[in-house]
Ligand binder design. Sequence first.
Ligand code: ZN
Ligand code: ZN
Length: 131
Amino acid sequence: MNKLKNCSECGRLYMEIGQGMCQDCFRKEQEMEQVVYSFVRDHDKCSIKEIVDGTGVKEKVVFRMLKAGRFIASGLEISYPCQGCGAPITTGKLCAKCSKNIRNQAERLKAEKNMKKVDRSTTMYNTTRNR
Ligand SMILES: [Zn+2]
Ligand SMILES: [Zn+2]
């Protein structure tokens, strides 16, 4: 069932056994993970930027660990920027405020769809009035 693949890190051909990268890169990444772990243990609730600055480990690697739930599994908490507003968050992609905004937006869109006719006439009225 093994497949030859190009390593996502160094681009060399390797035998995929579920690591997503070649043996060399996997070993290197594990070493980097250890560095990140010990850093996070000493700096509780630090941000990804602090980890990158403090360890020299690539942000990509830290994100991969985060996505894999490595920190949570070890009882560690780190923060990273919300994709919406940049506020520090520890789970998911968005902070509570942004996910609420998105929910509101979706509901507003639905409402707007239903009121499309009314909405258009109001806009036209406002445009002529402003000119
Ligand atoms: Zn590699
Ligand atoms: Zn946010």
